[in-house]
Design a protein around this ligand. Structure first.
Ligand code: MG
Length: 408
């Protein structure tokens, strides 16, 4: 067990294997400590004040940003993930601040138009630079905090700690991991080559992300009218809490029944992760944060719940993400990204000056520019470069005047 270190004194002590700011592997550029905040709190604050964080409000989660004001955006999704990660970390006596920093940054690299934009950008990047290994949003999130934010006089990026950067890089292809490790030997790319795990706090954020989107996509799916609440009863996880809600509140119907069911489902997933993980941490008893990285994945759902979560994901994939109306909007969004990439390749002078000089012959710079766009900025650029009719033709959209069966 680590000896208590000044600054780590807390009302409820951290678990031995929690990440401690006093033991951080540090920042890429040395900085004096902040007078009132530890290193992970400082990371969180830098993320909240970044430009990329503000853009999340106009980036798509599942439904395009203009389709309705009540759907999740990347920003509200991010805040839900941070809330869930903090709750889980607090109960497990892990580091809440590190969880919050990772969660707030986890989607900074997402392109406009969600996964559709990402797929299109990946395709363009691979075609323009076959050696690039393509576009990965987790790697892009790391690029945002390491390279693309321009806020400090002496360095690029936000100069975050190793632990926050490690958590942001949730997935990484072997090829990209090798490239990262060549630039930063033994750094955040290493674990993908060694097959080890990230910190427990990073593992908490990964599950918090899953819990958030599996639950809120059901809510948004019903709100949009694309999911029929009756279909949800095919899902054992949903059906169980639907029954429970009706036992406690006979006659409950409509929105309140949906919300009560989803609230119970969300809580159950959180409690399940806490109980399962607490049991695993007790069994493995990692001596410190590094020992937890060498252990098997310790933050997990129970086997039963994991199986039910797989069913929820398969259901959402089939009934929502592949719904013809969602596919129609995502096809249009992909074309917007392809058109923008092509237009900038043909006329680099159409880019604002600093980007125009960076992008000359460098597809990576174009990718960075497009990935940083919000949905509405991408649509405005598309209309400017290709004409408003071309943009309008690519936006079939979900009818904003046709709210779901439960209303707004
Ligand atoms: Mg996410």
């Amino acid at each position: 067990m680590n000896a208590p270190v000044p600054g780590d004194a807390r009302a409820v002590p951290w678990r031995a294997c929690a990440s401690r700011p006093s033991l951080t592997r540090g920042r890429r550029h040395a900085e004096a400590p902040a007078p009132t905040r530890d290193d992970f709190q400082r990371d969180r604050d830098r993320i909240v004040h970044s430009t990329a964080f503000r853009r999340l409000v106009y980036k798509t989660q599942v439904f395009l940003n203009h389709e309705g004001d009540l759907f999740r955006t990347r920003l509200t999704h991010t805040l839900e993930v941070a809330q869930l990660a903090r709750s889980i970390a607090r109960a497990l006596r892990l580091n809440e601040d590190l969880c919050e920093a990772i969660a707030l940054a986890h989607d900074l690299g997402h392109t406009p138009f969600g996964h559709a934009g990402q797929d299109a950008l990946d395709e363009c990047f691979r075609a323009a630079d076959p050696a690039s290994g393509g576009f990965e949003h987790n790697l892009q999130s790391l690029r945002v905090v390491d390279v693309l934010e321009e806020r400090y006089p002496a360095w690029d990026g936000l100069n975050l700690t190793f632990e926050t950067r490690e958590g942001i890089l949730k997935h990484c292809s072997r090829r990209h991991a090798q490239a990262l490790d060549a630039l930063e030997p033994g750094g955040v790319g290493r674990r993908f080559l060694d097959g080890t795990r990230p910190s427990l706090e990073a593992q908490v954020c990964n599950l918090a992300d899953e819990i958030a989107y599996n639950t809120h996509d059901i809510d948004d799916g019903v709100r949009s009218g694309l999911l029929d609440p009756a279909q949800l009863l095919d899902l054992p996880l949903y059906a169980r809490y639907h029954r429970e809600a009706l036992v406690d509140h006979p006659g409950l119907a409509g929105r309140r029944l949906l919300f009560d069911t989803l609230r119970r489902m969300l809580s159950q997933q959180v409690y399940d992760v806490i109980d399962t993980t607490a049991a695993r941490l007790d069994a493995f008893a990692p001596a410190d944060a590094d020992a937890a990285r060498q252990a098997p994945a310790l933050v997990a759902f129970s086997e039963n719940l994991a199986a039910e979560v797989v069913q929820v994901k398969a259901f959402l994939r089939e009934k929502l993400y592949r719904h013809p109306r969602v596919v129609a909007t995502t096809d249009g969004a992909k074309q917007v990204v392809r058109d923008l990439f092509q237009a900038y390749v043909l006329q680099p002078q159409a880019l604002p000056p600093p980007h125009a000089s960076r992008a000359a012959g460098r597809p990576q710079a174009l990718v960075d520019y497009i990935a940083g766009m919000t949905d509405r900025f991408a649509l405005r650029e598309h209309a400017r470069l290709l004409g408003p009719q071309a943009t309008a033709a690519l936006q079939p959209g979900i009818d904003p005047d046709g709210p779901g069966p439960l209303g707004g």
